[in-house]
Design a protein around this ligand. Structure first.
Ligand code: SF4
Length: 62
């Protein structure tokens, strides 16, 4: 599974970074994805983070 963040939508609330720090990190005041592929044991956490993103900026590619 892959995931990306739309930098034009991200409001830098940091929710995703707090929820899944092994996948998301802050960079230049937006959240970015730090892995090329989501580790399988973190896929559910990433889906939850995408559902919880208030800006709907997290795009999951199954
Ligand atoms: S949860 Fe959404 S809006 Fe908040 S930092 Fe992450 S991508 Fe940006």
């Amino acid at each position: 599974m892959k995931v990306k963040i739309d930098p034009d939508l991200c409001t830098a609330c940091e929710l995703c970074v707090e929820a899944v720090p092994d996948v998301f990190e802050m960079s230049d005041d937006v959240a970015v994805v730090k892995v090329s592929t989501v580790p399988s044991d973190l896929e559910d956490d990433v889906r939850d983070a995408a559902d919880s993103c208030p800006a709907e900026a997290i795009i999951v590619e199954e």
